[in-house]
Design a protein. Structure first.
Lengths: 496, 258
């Protein structure tokens, strides 16, 4: 009988778990206290809602870190990474939901968790129908959650994963280390700091740019936080469309694209000349963005959904960018777009941004490798014995990576399908169920039909909301990270 | 090996040694052979120590379409990663139907560079029979050399000879810059003329009587000069000399420092 129960105690790396939880809580606590300060001076109050959880989180975080340090050096086994990463996001979402509950932004824990999860996974779906009426602190907290979620994923993928060999990131590891296969810097902390600095700098630039484009300082701050994180939360219920300003939309486009670039690329650009030849992924990313914009714009022009050429270009370019970077800002009512454009946008959700960025989706590098693999397979029909090498200019990809990408693709699609089925079972209509699953796994937040332009997921039943929370987590953490936790082998007492 | 006099008539089956500037080679060979062909497609059989560098250099020229056949899977993969513009086949390419399937019948050059002489000869033979343009084989054992002509393979290269050349070159002396060993005991040397040597100031034809060597051409300031009546040898020139083994000492005597 005893053998049937997994021995959880000694199997889990408690020191690591406590360290991770403490780190996350501490960071969340700081964010909450910032909102506490805002609550004191801003509209709507709710100082208690943010002050108390903030202090508790910060205190718990500090205590946890102190205790973890006392435990001594943390042995890191491969499986520990999966637990740690998943735990980080779960704890963040749970902690982030608390102030929302207290402030009665959401009446029920599930709803608060949904909003919080959509924040930290930089998804952008919301249950709020009237953002403008929410207290300033709440609005800021939503933005900060996305900003933290963004920097978290970028630091994880670019700084931590390559050094610790988190298995699912091996494709990124390959990308971020480039030809010479050297790490950015030998030390994780060093790299993490640099990446965070780049991220913060981009955010600051976005703030200035939005403000210069005509937003108020408050709006500019919030949108800078969510744009660089390619999250999609806005201070307005109508998203960016509510501003109806071309300069603002252009700024948003620039920084959405910026957020979708591999942050390791930024680092290398600062430290060395001429990395352009090596940046196959970034090149492909830009090509996809331009191509997508062209396609969508063309269909809008032909169908005349939005108006003349310039209106179509504005709508097409913005929506294509917003979708590909998995941000989810809206400027136009999608329901006005013709079906071709909407399905193209739905498919683009799967592509996503570059690896090592805040964007979601399968990531450009994987799509690029999949496309090349497909071409090779066709060529192989002609010459079965030819040795096909997967390569981009300046880099060769091993068979192992190729297999990994193919496997990932299959699992990714399967998860999306299962998610769609689950949503349909929860009572959603066909369009919402399917597009909702696609939009959530790819962390876009913005779907088609009823879940469309307002991104208001209020029509989703409780079961559906729970499913979506899981999908958000799975999608943000690149599927494998979470799925591995469900394999029996993970829990079996073995060497790894 | 026979030094050619003006009245000499080549017979079918003779190997001609032609000295010409590299840029003139095309027209010269066209005159002798009657035609030249531009080569586009190359098949290299074997991606080993000869095959891989060969494919690499051909690829660098950027005007060939190269197919490289390699029997070992791991080696094939390794080589494929290094040659982005070459088609690497994981294939045992000796059998005629396999060669035909890969288009060897239409290929300009078939170079058999595997590690095994017999495999090379067999593959080159099949390629020739299928209709490939130029069939070359790497043959390291001298005993197999007669097979090259018998099988009508166009040319053979011996890694051993190349090594011997390199060694002999350093043995011959400092002013020997290049050297190529020929069948039958002859050799071609590239010798630098030192100031104050016996040959200085003479015409090329005049040096022929001085030694049992046959100076063939002269390279001066990067230009190739053929023997003419008023061409005098100067210090600093490089002489292309056709030599039999007995003439080695003469070479040193005539062209070396006094």
């Amino acid at each position: 009988m005893r053998r049937l129960l997994p021995r959880i105690g000694p199997r889990l790396n408690w020191a690591l778990i406590v360290a991770v939880a403490a780190g996350v809580l501490g960071t969340v606590g700081i964010g909450l206290l910032v909102c506490f300060a805002t609550a004191l001076v801003g509209r709507g109050g709710e100082a208690v809602a943010f002050g108390v959880p903030g202090l508790v989180a910060l205190g718990a975080g500090a205590a946890g870190l102190w205790w973890a340090r006392r435990l001594g050096p943390v042995p890191l086994r491969p499986r520990d990474g999966f637990v740690a990463v998943t735990l980080a996001w779960v704890i963040a979402a749970a902690a982030g939901a608390v102030p929302l509950l207290i402030a009665e932004t959401h009446g029920r824990p599930l709803d608060a968790l949904f909003e919080s999860m959509a924040g930290f996974t930089t998804n952008g779906a919301t249950l709020l129908s009237d953002v403008e009426s929410e207290p300033d602190a709440v609005v800021l907290w939503r933005s900060i959650m996305q900003w933290l979620g963004g920097v978290g994923i970028v630091v994880l993928v670019v700084a931590i994963a390559p050094a610790t060999g988190l298995a699912t990131q091996r494709v990124f590891h390959a990308e971020t280390t480039g030809i010479t296969a050297e790490r950015l810097t030998p030390r994780i902390a060093e790299t993490a700091k640099i990446i965070s600095a780049i991220y913060a700098a981009l955010t600051a630039l976005a703030l200035v740019a939005f403000w210069a484009a005509g937003m108020s300082l408050w709006d500019a701050l919030n949108h800078a936080l969510t744009t660089v994180a390619t999250g999609g939360f806005s201070t307005r219920s109508g998203s960016l469309g509510a501003f109806d300003s071309l300069p603002i939309e252009l700024v948003a486009i620039v920084f959405m694209v910026a957020g979708g670039v591999n942050f390791a690329f930024y680092w290398r650009a600062l430290h060395g000349p001429r990395i352009w030849p090596q940046a196959a992924e970034v090149r492909a990313y830009l090509v996809i963005l331009v191509g997508a914009s062209v396609f969508v714009t063309a269909s809008l022009v032909i169908a005349g959904d939005v108006g003349g050429f310039w209106e179509s270009l504005r709508a097409g370019a913005f929506s294509a960018t917003s979708i590909v970077t998995s941000t989810g800002f809206v400027t136009d009512d999608f329901d006005r777009f013709n079906d071709f454009a909407r399905v193209v946008l739905l498919l683009l959700m799967f592509v996503g941004g570059c690896a090592g960025s805040t964007a979601g989706g399968m990531k450009v590098i994987r799509v690029l490798l999949l496309a090349k693999t497909a071409v090779h397979e066709v060529q192989r029909q002609l010459r079965p014995t030819a040795v096909q090498v997967l390569r981009t200019r300046g880099r060769v990809y091993s068979e192992e990576i190729r297999r990994g990408v193919l496997g990932f693709f299959f699992i990714y699609v399967t998860v999306t399908v299962i998610g769609a089925l689950a949503l349909l079972a929860s009572g959603l209509d066909l369009v919402s169920g399917v597009s909702g699953a696609i939009a959530t796994v790819n962390i876009v937040g913005l779907a088609i039909g009823p879940l469309g332009p307002t991104e208001n997921y209020a029509i989703v039943s409780d079961g559906g909301r729970a499913v979506l929370c899981v999908l958000m987590l799975v999608g943000r953490l690149e599927v494998f990270t979470v799925l591995v936790l469900f394999t029996p082998a993970f829990w079996r007492p073995s060497v790894a | 090996p026979v030094p050619a006099d003006p009245g000499h008539r080549p017979k079918v089956g003779d190997h001609l040694l032609v000295a010409a500037a590299r840029d003139d080679l095309g027209p010269v060979i066209a005159q002798i052979a009657g035609f030249t062909t531009k080569i586009r497609d190359v098949v290299v059989f074997g991606a080993g120590r000869v095959g891989l560098p060969l494919a690499r250099r051909l690829e660098a020229k950027d005007r060939f379409s190269i197919t490289l056949m390699e029997r070992d899977a791991e080696r094939a993969r390794f080589v494929a990663e290094q040659l982005p513009r070459t088609t690497v086949l994981h294939e045992e390419g000796i059998a005629k139907d396999v060669l035909l399937a890969q288009g060897v019948d239409r290929v300009g050059v078939f170079a058999a560079c595997a590690g095994d002489d017999r495999a090379n000869l067999l593959a080159a033979l099949h390629a020739k029979q299928l209709g490939a343009g130029l069939c070359l084989a790497v043959v390291s054992r001298e005993e197999y050399m007669p097979l090259v002509d018998a099988l009508e393979i166009d040319a053979a290269f011996s890694p051993r000879l190349v090594t011997a050349e390199a060694i002999l070159r350093s043995v011959r002396g400092e002013n020997v810059h290049a050297m190529h060993l020929l069948w039958g005991g002859a050799e071609i040397l590239e010798v630098s003329v030192e100031g104050g040597c016996l040959a200085e100031g003479r015409t090329i034809d005049a040096t022929r009587t001085m030694a049992r060597t046959r100076p063939v051409a002269l390279v001066r300031d990067g230009r190739v000069l053929m023997p003419e009546d008023d061409l005098r040898i100067r210090g600093g020139d490089r002489m292309l000399v056709f030599n039999t083994r007995q003439g080695v000492a003469d070479v040193r005597r005539v062209f070396g420092a006094a």
